[in-house]
Design a protein around this ligand. Structure first.
Ligand SMILES: [Zn+2]
Ligand SMILES: [Zn+2]
Length: 366
């Protein structure tokens, strides 16, 4: 999954954009910068828009997106029911902007509105989404978005904290959290300061056992450097990667082991092994081979000898080698020594991968 930060702030200037997060170019969470940061062509690739609440910094691009989508398939817009009512009453209301949720003089409706409820999962353009409660003084939610590859990103939305119900419902591989205020202004508005983020992360760790990488958004531009320093100290104290997001940043998010997923690199390595193997016998041989990879890794087996055994493996499974022994050795090294998994885990990871893909590699059709 690729997460692209279109806007990372709560206010707009030449160098700061209103909050918007784009997932794989397809699902956009909050609309602050959806039209200012994307080309027309990119805007036409967006298939779902998730809105957290009604505040202007989160909905600023809704009307212009509705306009730019004329003549294309409507964007699926998800938001709490109150937010949709406010949009059609005050923004795309036929006075400020056309009712883009209906047929207009420009053509068919370009925004297809759907109300969401907190803690109910739904599908948005093939992504599994869960809306989470976000205490913020107005109807508001956060969203966890899980991609077809199993990777998840959770964005808190605007909130003053108190996210236990959210932590129970999510298990993100990337956490995007708001920090709007420096600590000296903590409690002056319904937003978090670094100290609130720290309490929430401690709580999340208690409930989930571990913390993912954290990106901070929704900074007040005038306080950004203060927030940056305070957030860095939170990261140091908790031993977790916490940093400020910035406009234009992209982050590759990998599915974590907590979901039984494996990294794309490991999957690639496993696929290569699977491709060179066949049916049930391959699993047994693979187990032997993974032991030999480990021996090779610890220096007990020479590279030449390992290549010869891989050659034997190819021959014994009656498969033409789909990749050279050299390539396989390199991939195996990454798999076993890249910190992704140990030698005993390789066959198990392979089975998990089989389950993940929903395909039958062993004992049946292929
Ligand atoms: Zn906001
Ligand atoms: Zn807000």
């Amino acid at each position: 999954m690729q997460v692209r930060i279109l806007g990372a702030h709560n206010s707009q200037s030449r160098t700061t954009g209103l909050i918007s997060i784009l997932v794989d170019g397809v699902v956009c969470v909050d609309a602050g910068s959806v039209t200012t940061a994307l080309t027309l062509e990119e805007q036409r690739q967006v298939r779902a828009l998730l809105l957290t609440h009604r505040h202007y910094d989160h909905i600023a691009g809704v009307a212009t997106l509705g306009m730019n989508r004329a003549g294309t398939e409507a964007v699926a817009v998800f938001a709490p029911a109150e937010v949709l009512e406010e949009l059609t009453a005050h923004v795309i209301n036929g006075t400020l902007y056309p009712r883009f949720d209906e047929r207009t003089s420009l053509g068919e409706a370009t925004l297809a509105l759907t109300a969401v409820e907190a803690l109910r999962a739904f599908d948005a353009a093939g992504y599994r989404v869960v809306a989470t409660p976000a205490p913020h003084g107005v109807p508001a939610v956060g969203y966890q978005v899980t991609g077809p590859d199993g990777a998840s990103v959770f964005y808190t939305g605007d909130t003053m904290g108190g996210l236990d119900a959210a932590w129970e419902a999510v298990s993100p591989d990337l956490l995007i959290a708001e920090v709007t205020l420096p600590n000296r202004l903590r409690g002056t508005s319904k937003h978090m300061a670094a100290a609130d983020l720290e309490s929430e992360l401690v709580r999340c760790k208690e409930l989930k056992g571990a913390l993912p990488r954290v990106l901070v958004v929704h900074m007040t531009p005038a306080h950004e450097e203060e927030i940056r320093r305070e957030v860095a100290m939170v990261g140091q104290r908790l031993g977790v990667d916490v940093g400020l997001a910035e406009e234009g940043m992209t982050v590759e998010v990998l599915p974590g082991p907590s979901k039984g997923g494996v990294s794309p690199e490991a999957v690639e390595g496993l696929r290569a092994v699977v491709a060179a193997a066949e049916q049930k016998a391959a699993l047994r041989m693979l187990r032997d081979l993974s032991g030999q990879f480990a021996e090779w890794g610890s220096g007990r087996l020479g590279t030449g000898e390992l290549r010869r055994r891989i050659g034997d493996f190819h021959a014994a499974t009656h498969q033409p080698a789909r990749m050279s022994a050299q390539e396989l050795v390199q991939r195996a090294a990454r798999l076993l020594h890249g910190g992704q998994m140990g030698k005993d885990e390789v066959p198990e990871a392979l089975r998990r991968e089989v389950e993940l893909q929903g395909e039958v590699w062993y004992g049946g059709t292929h």
